[in-house]
Design a binder for this molecule. Structure first.
Ligand SMILES: [Mn+2]
Length: 426
């Protein structure tokens, strides 16, 4: 289904008066504080977060998966679902594909479809964490790290194929996340598997087009529980440095041990010009892949505060590639993604409101209390009317979630696709 700007405008009429009052109040307050609202609004409008193709069906665990109905059964339908998200939010104008799940016969047709909905192809994701039917060797004991050179070559070749597909779609980056590691002491020789991984990545790096980036994702545990070959940002950063200027570290919020200071990792990577990609989600215990901002919204704000500072002050670091990497076992996936997009933009808007000059001044005079209060002041600002105004100006919905429900979109998708459809991919 395709959602038109007219349908959204009609929904907006219901909230128009209340919105104008709320925004008028906020605009007066922020302008009075000397904030240049138009600059902040332009930055918010420009922010586009990629939706991963695998997030559009209901998620699940190994214990079960409870389908919601109307799920997209192919990539074209997934692109349409992202089109709905983008029409409502105006901040979801990109898709991140996962190969081989998202292989199609006709890439020009796919590119054309996405383009009509204003959707670009962001980072491509390779998959060497599960075996595919046609492949000769198994990744049971690792892919790019494997002690068997034939298995490493197969994994390298897969990544090269992903780059080729990405080139057809206009993507400019490849994300490599490895499940490689060991479950028991003695299973792997740490030095050997890391060396193998670097060697394999070098082969992939060499095949990267000039204007592409390679993102190296890290994760401390799962699916391997004794060791992961790339467990932390330090290892990823070391590999990226050894590969060259087109290689970067990718931070996934869920891929840290509990209570890790992620904002400091972000700052360190940006200082070195090596923060390339960013995956949003939230967690209570581990890599829970919960909706963005659902558990630790203040931590998300502090992370965005570092991202904003880095983007403004350190041009040495490229503009990061943003993606939502969350699952939603009990929700309508589209509603969950609307919540996540809103949470991301909320944290971004609040970080943009931080008076960086005043913070620097407070730091220079060791006024700890004032520095902290300045961050809190921005965090406690209710930016919802500001986000709504940015969306309204872009012909998006004043309230995306309310519009989604009032327009009965899930029911329309069920009518169109059936009650028992199950999303392709995962
Ligand atoms: Mn991720």
């Amino acid at each position: 289904m395709i959602l038109s700007a007219d349908q959204i405008a009609k929904q907006n009429l219901k909230h128009e008066t209340l919105h104008q009052n709320n925004f008028g109040f906020l605009e007066e307050k922020l302008t009075g504080e000397g904030i240049h609202l138009s600059e902040i609004m332009a930055q918010l409008a420009a922010f586009q977060v990629a939706i991963p193709s695998w997030a559009l069906g209901t998620g699940g665990t190994r214990f079960g998966r409870f389908s919601i109905g109307g799920e997209p059964i192919n990539l074209m339908q997934k692109i349409e679902d992202i089109g709905v998200l983008h029409a409502l939010t105006q901040n979801a104008g990109a898709v991140s594909l996962h190969i081989p799940w998202d292989k199609v016969d006709n890439y020009p047709e796919l590119k054309e479809k996405a383009s009509t909905l204003g959707i670009a192809f962001d980072a491509m994701n390779s998959n060497t964490f599960q075996d595919q039917k046609e492949q000769p060797y198994s990744y049971k004991f690792g892919s790019l790290c494997n002690v068997d050179p034939a298995i490493r070559q197969q994994a390298v070749n897969h990544n090269l194929e992903v780059i080729e597909i990405g080139k057809k779609l206009g993507s400019k980056s490849l994300t490599v996340w490895l499940a490689d590691g060991s479950n028991f002491p003695g299973q792997n020789n740490f030095q050997e598997v890391l060396k193998n991984t670097l060697d394999s990545l070098m082969h992939i790096y060499k095949a990267l087009p000039e204007d592409w980036k390679l993102f190296i994702e890290y994760k401390p545990y799962e699916p391997n529980f004794y060791s992961m070959v790339i467990p932390d940002w330090g290892t990823s950063f070391m590999l990226a440095n050894q590969l060259g200027p087109k290689a970067y570290t990718l931070v996934d919020l869920g891929h840290h041990l509990p209570n890790t200071n992620i904002e400091q990792i972000v700052a360190t990577l940006m200082l070195q010009g090596k923060l390339g990609g960013f995956h949003f989600n939230d967690s209570k215990y581990g890599d829970d892949d919960l909706s963005v901002g659902s558990i630790k919204p203040y931590a998300l704000f502090l992370i965005f505060n570092e991202l904003v500072y880095g983007m403004q002050e350190n041009k040495n670091n490229p503009y990061p590639a943003w993606m939502i990497d969350a699952s939603h076992n009990t929700k309508d996936p589209l509603e969950d993604l609307l919540q996540s997009v809103e949470a991301i933009l909320t944290a971004y808007a609040k970080a943009l409101l931080v008076d960086q000059k005043a913070v620097k001044k407070a730091q220079a005079s060791h006024d700890v209390v004032l520095a902290q209060e300045l961050l809190k002041k921005a965090y406690q600002t209710d930016v919802r009317p500001l986000l709504a105004e940015v969306r309204r100006l872009q012909k998006g919905a004043l309230n995306p979630l309310a519009a989604y429900r009032q327009l009965n979109i899930r029911q329309q998708l069920i009518d169109e696709r059936g009650k028992d459809t199950v999303a392709s991919g995962l």
